[in-house]
Write a protein of this length. Structure first.
Length: 278
């Protein structure tokens, strides 16, 4: 079972560790609920911004009131609500964590979007959609949970021919990088690759690359790291002396430190592509 929210590098270390050692009862077994709670009160669980979401949406030209859209790894739905407010159609948000989906549906009701936007609990490796049912697959900071190449290949069948996929994914900006950040990512997410190689995977999977752009630094600093300051305070206040909670916060700090130190070498890239007939 894959976990379908977009908690960037912090979750990469926790989630992928669990996937690689599923038979071992480790501290990471119950960290999933803590991770969910840690990020529950943030609008986004990954780097991004409303501006980035809308920029990507601007490349998509096939949507109508009857369109069916899936936001995979939707988290609490920050980006989903932006989509719903600026695009027609019906949106299904899917995430592994029930807590995120509860907050997602509450957010939809708060914006009076519940008739068009619905969150469901589910997994990326067993999507509840029919073949060629969807007009658009969206996934911000979450495709890594199933793997970029695997996600592109397995999700393609759910898209109508001419339908779009729009995903943000971590990428190297350079062919070489310092050992510290290279080793960190090789442990956390070995599938990270350069932008040209990721575009090649998109083409290989049967899509026409339409656009790609690097998410600006503010998507990390203003929309991801800054909201975590209050989240950390509340989290540690609720779990005083809890070593697991303290470790989680420490990893979050480490993630931020690494990004600020090595941001010229990696980041998030938004890819937009159209399904073509092979």
């Amino acid at each position: 079972m894959y976990n379908d929210d977009g908690i960037v590098m912090l979750s990469r270390v926790y989630y992928i560790h669990k996937e690689m050692s599923n038979e071992n009862k480790t501290i990471h077994e119950f960290d999933f609920n803590l991770i969910c709670e840690y990020f529950l009160n943030t609008e986004r669980q990954e780097p991004g911004s409303p501006e980035g979401t809308l920029k990507a949406l601007g490349f998509i030209d096939n949507l109508t009131d009857q369109s069916l859209i899936a936001d995979l790894g939707c988290g609490t739905g920050g980006q989903t609500m932006v989509l719903a407010q600026h695009a027609p159609g019906h949106i299904t948000g899917l995430d592994f964590f029930p807590g995120f989906i509860d907050r997602f549906n509450s957010n939809a009701r708060g914006l009076n979007l519940q008739d068009r936007v619905k969150g469901i609990v589910g997994s990326m490796d067993n999507l509840p959609f029919g073949e060629e049912e969807l007009d658009l697959i969206w996934s911000e900071g979450a495709i890594y949970n199933i793997g970029f190449e695997r996600g592109l290949n397995e999700w393609r069948k759910y898209l109508k021919t001419g339908g779009y996929i729009a995903v943000s994914e971590s990428a190297w900006f350079t062919e070489e990088r310092p050992a510290e950040i290279h080793d960190f990512w090789m442990e956390a997410y070995p599938q990270i690759d350069t932008i040209p190689n990721q575009v090649a995977l998109i083409q290989k999977a049967g899509y026409l690359p339409v656009a790609s752009f690097i998410l600006p630094e503010t998507c990390w600093t203003d929309h991801y790291f800054a909201p975590l300051v209050k989240a950390r305070e509340k989290f540690l206040a609720k779990y005083p002396g809890n070593k697991t909670a303290e470790e989680l916060v420490a990893m979050s700090h480490h993630e931020e430190e690494l990004y600020r130190k090595y941001k010229e070498f990696y980041g998030y890239v938004f890819y937009i592509a159209k399904k073509i007939t092979l």
